[in-house]
Design a protein around this ligand. Structure first.
Ligand SMILES: NC(=O)C1=CN([C@@H]2O[C@H](COP(=O)(O)OP(=O)(O)OC[C@H]3O[C@@H](n4cnc5c(N)ncnc54)[C@H](OP(=O)(O)O)[C@@H]3O)[C@@H](O)[C@H]2O)C=CC1
Ligand SMILES: CCCCCCCCCCCCCCCC(=O)[C@@H](N)CO
Length: 320
């Protein structure tokens, strides 16, 4: 199944900000025949996002090649009605059922779904509250699980492209991400099983490295220094760049998608029985085998030595 922006009904979870919003913009600007539904919890933010996307697109249309705005907002916006929003807490199964009933009634059952909803509270394990711990699973895993299940029920016979957002931390879990990485690893496991069961679906899984977004800005506020240090090689790239890399990779036919070289490397080290389809797989596999023998053991020894030292110096106690 080829990935194209054109002629789709696309459901984007987490579409009110960050990468989800960037994708909504991309579809809106580059595919006039595609209908887009963005979903997240905050209705106010969804409304703002819809307005922003429509106004930006309108202004762009009204702007001459020299960059001059000819006449602002002269025509009504989004006459074609191709951008919709639906506020919903996707971690609640019943709410997701309501969403799909509404989409069915409006004849807007998606042909593509981007499960972008997610987010991290990076802190040391002892510093997390029970509420934050539970949000990790709810926001990252349950939102994806519930939506994937409703899509599977709704599109029993039809083809569908399900694009799920995990994280590079699913391939390499490390200090500071106890609230988040396990939920993203659960997504990786779910993807492997759905690929076997939902045979009429194309299921892609994205393992992004860091990129700039509203969520990323907030997570930087609580992220321990040791976490920043380990993930240092995955420098945050602009959100639009991440979006374009992912779209290009999907169009090329990749189903295990990374956004930076670090992602490619750690996917190579993890190919195993799950990740299966991405660019340069033979090269990635050879790289993975060699580095698992020659580099990873030394990296891991160095890394755990450094983490223990960090805890001794910063926490006053040993990390066990
Ligand atoms: N930014 C990064 O560096 C990386 C991000 N990722 C992953 O990529 C995806 C996009 O990231 P990013 O753009 O940074 O995310 P943001 O944190 O900026 O946005 C998250 C979106 O998810 C929505 N959301 C959160 N919880 C729910 C819920 N229960 N139901 C419905 N919607 C919900 C939020 O809206 P609202 O709060 O209103 O519900 C918001 O629209 C996420 O899955 C993230 O984990 C992976 C690797 C790196
Ligand atoms: C020989 C071995 C070398 C290995 C180098 C390791 C570098 C690891 C970098 C992992 C980066 C993970 C970024 C994902 C962040 C994320 O998901 C959050 N920002 C959530 O929003």
């Amino acid at each position: 199944m080829k990935f194209t922006l054109e002629d789709q009904v696309v459901l984007i979870t987490g579409g009110s900000q960050g990468l989800g919003k960037e994708f909504a913009k991309k579809y809106y600007n580059e595919a006039e025949n595609t209908k887009i539904i963005i979903v997240s919890r905050s209705e106010a933010r969804l409304l703002d996002t819809c307005n922003e996307i429509r106004i930006e697109a309108h202004l762009r249309r009204e702007t001459t090649d020299e960059g001059q705005v000819q006449h602002k907002l002269a025509a009504p916006l989004d006459l074609e009605q191709r951008l919709f929003y639906y506020p919903c807490d996707l971690s609640c199964y019943e709410s997701v059922e309501c969403l799909f009933n509404a989409l069915r009634d409006l004849d807007l059952l998606p042909t593509q779904t981007l499960c972008c909803a997610g987010g991290a509270v990076p802190k040391l394990f002892r510093g997390l509250s029970g509420h934050e711990l539970n949000l990790g699973m709810d926001i990252n895993y349950k939102t994806t699980l519930n939506v994937a299940h409703q899509i599977a029920l709704a599109e029993q016979t039809k083809e569908h492209h399900l694009i799920i957002f995990s994280s590079a931390t699913a391939l390499y879990p490390f200090v500071g991400y106890s609230q988040y990485a396990p939920a993203k690893a659960a997504i990786k496991s779910l993807v492997a099983i759905l690929r076997q069961e939902l045979t009429n679906f194309r299921i892609s899984c994205v393992y992004p490295g860091n990129f700039e977004s509203e969520g990323f800005t907030v997570e930087q506020l609580t992220k321990p220094e040791i976490t920043k240090l380990i993930e240092g090689p995955s420098d945050a790239i602009p959100c639009k760049q991440a979006c374009d890399i992912i779209a290009k990779s999907l169009a090329r036919g990749d189903d295990d998608v990374f956004t930076d070289f670090v992602g490619w490397m750690i996917m190579g080290m993890d190919l195993g029985l799950t990740a299966k389809k991405s660019r340069f797989v033979p090269l990635q596999w050879i790289f993975g085998v060699l580095s698992n023998i020659l580099v990873v053991p030394f990296y891991m020894v160095g890394c755990s030595w450094y983490i223990r030292k960090w805890f001794r110096e910063n926490d006053g106690k040993k990390a066990n």
